[in-house]
Write a protein that binds this ligand. Structure first.
Ligand code: ASP
Ligand code: MG
Length: 416
């Protein structure tokens, strides 16, 4: 029975981190493993800049591509001797992207080009990792994720064809250790797709689902799932065990440790998910499963850079269904997700991500039919299992703009 491991960008951010991963993997030599890697460090962001440079002529895409190449070659130089064939392998991968951006006429749609360029990060990282691990005596097979994950052609957010994917995975994953790219899929016409930012966790879940694996381990730079982001809360605690249902809720409200799509497939097949630290591989981490005891510990989730928009009818009449339906039509047009909403007699308030690409257009569009007030630079706080003192923790010294509570969950829109 396979176990599925996923290592994210932070765990392989430089040569010494890669060596650390090889040490962790050595202790699993007895296991059958499928290992998923995302791109090295922040490479996906670097590649996104290349796409923007190519599309909007803001920067020189070739110069940016060269920086990205140099970044990888520095790592390769440390891990391998100069005559090793990995150098030309990496060069060849970059040549494919040069071909895409040499096409001066921008043709093709943004999302399609995005996937062709941005997927490079995972093809490079897995090439380096697979080769390096083989050199360390950790024998493995590198398998192209495009031979495993079949999707539709919704570029940048491709939808998985579960039936075909399950068949492909079961016919192509055979050897004791297989390595593949996270985040990447392929259409039936053989075009590369991506599953959405941070999608490598989801890849691990897809593989586990298809293989009915024994468990999944996501290796992170935190000790496990914490009840609050340690960067913002002083007394955050490690969660030993969590149920899938609770994990889905937390991911929905914005807990960043796991990608929201990851949980469902694992829950369906009852496959336990461990979150462990690659900095402390023997630490106990967090176990997410169907059998976790119910926890009453408060969970704090913080979404920053929000905008609170208050929408009313231009003649200040009551907000009724026809207004709400119109508002949602406009939100759908910009694919804007509503993180919190509330209505009163004459206004409807929504809290959404202050997305720099869409928010100005969204507001303009709303203004053509409604009277709009908005507050930028606000944060949305959610507390699961709230009590008096956890609320006090959050709202003290802040301006409260909006509040909503249910039995288990309370949410605040706050200004610092
Ligand atoms: N490399 C991709 C990203 O940064 C996928 C992932 O890391 O999960 O979004
Ligand atoms: Mg990542």
């Amino acid at each position: 029975m396979y176990r599925v491991f996923k290592f994210g960008g932070a765990s392989i951010k430089d040569a010494s981190s890669i060596t650390n991963v090889s040490k962790i993997l050595k202790s699993y030599i007895e296991d059958d493993l499928v290992i998923v890697f995302s791109a090295i460090g922040k490479v996906t962001n670097m590649l996104e800049k290349i796409v923007d440079a190519y599309f909007y002529n803001e920067d020189d895409p070739f110069a940016l591509l060269d920086d990205t190449k140099q970044f990888h070659l520095n790592i390769v130089d440390t891990l391998f001797n100069e005559k090793h064939s990995i150098h030309s392998d990496i060069n060849n991968l970059f040549v494919e992207i040069e071909w895409v951006i040499e096409d001066k006429e921008v043709n093709g749609d943004y999302s399609y080009i995005y996937d062709q360029i941005v997927s490079l990060g995972e093809f490079i990282s897995t090439k380096i990792l697979s080769t390096y691990l083989n050199e360390c005596g950790l024998e493995n097979n590198l398998i192209d994720a495009r031979d495993l994950i079949r999707t539709d052609n919704t570029y940048r957010n491709a939808k998985v064809d579960w039936q075909k994917t399950t068949n492909l995975i079961n016919s192509n994953i055979k050897s004791k250790w297989c390595i593949t790219q996270g985040f990447i899929g392929c259409t039936s016409e053989n075009f590369t797709t991506t599953l959405g930012r941070e999608g490598s966790d989801f890849t691990a879940a897809i593989l586990a689902y298809a293989l009915q694996s024994k468990n999944v381990v996501i290796w992170k730079d935190v000790p496990g799932m914490m009840n609050a982001d340690p960067n913002f809360f002083n007394d955050s605690q490690l969660i030993d065990e969590l149920s899938f249902d609770e994990a889905i809720e937390l991911a929905y409200y914005g807990a960043k440790v796991i990608h929201p799509k990851t949980i469902q497939p694992l829950k369906k097949k009852n496959i336990p998910l461990y979150i462990k630290s690659f900095l402390n591989p023997n630490g106990r981490g967090t176990l997410i499963s169907n059998n976790a005891p119910i926890s009453k510990l408060p969970f704090y989730i913080n979404k920053r850079n929000q905008i609170l928009i208050s929408i009313s009818d231009s003649s200040l009449s009551f907000i009724i269904e026809k207004h709400i339906s119109k508002i949602f039509k406009i939100l759908t047009k910009y694919s804007t997700r509503v993180n919190m909403m509330q209505n009163s007699a004459i206004s409807f308030s929504i809290c959404v991500d202050n997305d720099k690409h869409t928010i100005t257009y969204l507001i303009k569009d709303l203004q053509s039919s409604f009277k709009i007030y908005y507050n930028k630079g606000v944060s949305l706080y959610t507390i699961r299992n709230y009590d008096k003192s956890s609320i006090e923790n959050i709202i003290q010294n802040k301006i409260l703009l909006l509040e909503q509570r249910s039995r288990n969950t309370i949410q605040f829109v706050l200004k610092d």
